[in-house]
Design a protein around this ligand. Structure first.
Ligand code: AMP
Ligand code: ZN
Length: 477
């Protein structure tokens, strides 16, 4: 598999530290509110990366944190007059519900900063001992210039950064950070302020800085060198640059061999973000659309491309997904008949072509996780199965086609092959079925006007019916 590595700006063959294993760390959300669908993009695309590597036989250790101590969490806790832990625990729970709806599998480990404080303190101490950090009045800073490779991920020159910062000298004074040795230095440990959560440390009570938590937790749950570190492209600088500086200065080994960054989800060509107010929460969007459609929409673009969000584009994703689901339903129905027929010679010939579609899918995914092309390969497979099957096909043949489709769509892309029918209540189902029975009776009595009227009513309710040899079948439109 080839991966575009932000560090080298090249597509490189993926070679893991340990053959057959992959350690992946993905920066997770700050939990002070419901997540928006921009936050869901890295969750969905890197969950798909994990699924694809597993399908290729890797044992994946997938670690993604929840940032549960942060100014925004504290601000919200103060507004609601509750403990900041209550806010973070509440929104971790809500975030996990959204992840489940989007079929994002739970990480192998979801570490939380507040539960890893002793390890944070250890890393800060190591950095101080090695001369990479220093303490002033209870704040510990990273001595940025002591780390040679600073700027290598974001391809920034340290002297350009310095001159940019010099203009901010006035701001630094205002923020109380003028005690730093150098404007480029960043915070590892912040001293306690009134009304904020804090922990004891050798430098006084305080809390860890945001960048530190990812360096500490990735080392603890994966090791000194990660195979892949991932997140949204807004994290390249300064967050990931600072993570590299901390980790490589402390551990003395390469922090991550590959860096993957997803492009932004945009609205009217602007990044969707909380601060701009142009966001939709995953919760709200899932009221309007089947979450499967949202997942499919996210994967309809390669992860590095910007992706515009609009009702029109989601509708077109829904139509694309419907083509796949209808094709799957046809195969499922034939397979379920269990007609005991032997696979015919003609069917054998068609089955021999099946690996070509899988190879196309794999080639797309091998090319820097090109899910857009992988979905095109699934569309080709659907055209092939639609053309190659009919009511007379053997069930065994249909089952083999279905199983292949299931692996690519459900197992790897995380797109279920069935619609979320389960959401329909028993009462609703009973109403639909009694209307269908009424229509069947009307047809028998040759009252076709009434039969058509019932069909139209069902369509208004979003239910499509189909007359087949086995009787009337129905599905959500
Ligand atoms: P945050 O909670 O802001 O740290 O974001 C959590 C994750 O969502 C990070 O990996 C961000 O890069 C990513 N992210 C935030 N907004 C967007 C967006 N509009 N499009 C894509 N990724 C985003
Ligand atoms: Zn991080």
């Amino acid at each position: 598999m080839k991966i575009f590595n932000t560090l080298t700006r090249n597509k490189e063959e993926f070679v893991p530290v340990t053959p057959g294993k992959a350690g992946i760390y993905v920066c997770g959300p700050t939990v002070y509110d419901f997540i928006h669908i921009g936050n869901a993009r890295p969750m969905i695309v890197f969950d798909t990366l994990r699924r694809y590597l597993e399908y290729r036989g890797y044992e994946v250790n997938y670690v993604s944190n929840f940032t549960d101590v942060d100014d925004k969490i504290i601000r919200r806790a103060n507004e609601e007059h509750v403990d900041s832990l209550e806010i973070s625990e509440r929104f971790i729970k809500e975030c996990k519900k959204d992840m489940e709806a989007l079929n994002v599998r739970p990480a192998t480990t979801h570490p939380q900063a507040t539960k890893e404080i002793p390890d944070m303190i250890d890393m800060v101490q190591q950095l101080i001992d090695k001369g990479h950090a220093y303490c002033v009045n209870g704040t510990v800073y990273f001595r940025t210039r002591s780390f040679d490779g600073y700027g290598k991920l974001s391809h920034k020159n340290i002297d350009d950064l310095e001159s940019g910062h010099r203009d901010e000298a006035h701001q630094l004074k205002v923020s109380g950070e003028d005690e730093k040795e150098d404007a480029l230095d960043f915070v590892l440990w912040k001293p306690k302020k009134e009304g904020e959560p804090s922990w004891e440390s050798p430098w006084g009570d305080g809390r860890p800085g945001w960048h530190l938590e990812c360096s500490v937790m990735s080392r603890k749950y994966i090791g000194g060198t990660l195979d892949i570190h991932a997140g949204g492209e807004d994290l390249i600088f300064p967050h990931h640059e600072n993570e590299i500086a901390q980790s490589e200065a402390a551990n003395g080994v390469t922090f991550s061999n590959y860096w993957m960054h997803n492009g932004f989800l945009k609205i009217d060509n602007e990044k969707m973000s909380k601060s701009l107010g142009n966001f939709f929460t995953v919760r709200d969007i899932c009221e309007k659309y089947d979450p499967q459609v949202i997942r499919f929409f996210m994967l309809s673009a390669q992860y590095r491309s910007p992706l515009n969000f609009s009702d029109q584009l989601v509708e077109s994703a829904k139509n694309g997904l419907d083509r796949i689901l209808n094709g799957a339903k046809k195969l499922e129905d034939i397979a379920a008949k269990n007609n005991g027929k032997e696979i015919s010679e003609e069917e054998q010939k068609l089955l021999a072509e099946l690996p070509n579609y899988v190879a196309k899918f794999d080639a797309a995914m091998d090319d820097d996780l090109n899910t857009a092309d992988a979905i095109s390969a699934i569309f080709e497979l659907i055209r092939f199965t639609n053309a190659g099957t009919n009511e007379e096909s053997s069930s065994a043949f249909a089952k083999q086609l279905y199983d292949t489709l299931f692996t690519l769509s459900d197992t790897v892309l995380g797109i279920h092959l069935t619609r979320a029918e389960a959401e329909m209540s028993e009462d609703e189902t009973a109403v639909i079925e009694s209307m269908i029975a009424e229509r069947t009776a009307a047809k028998k009595a040759k009252d076709f006007a009434k039969a058509d009227e019932i069909r139209a009513k069902l369509l208004d309710m979003g239910i499509v019916i189909e007359d087949t040899r086995e009787g009337v079948k129905w599905r959500k439109a």
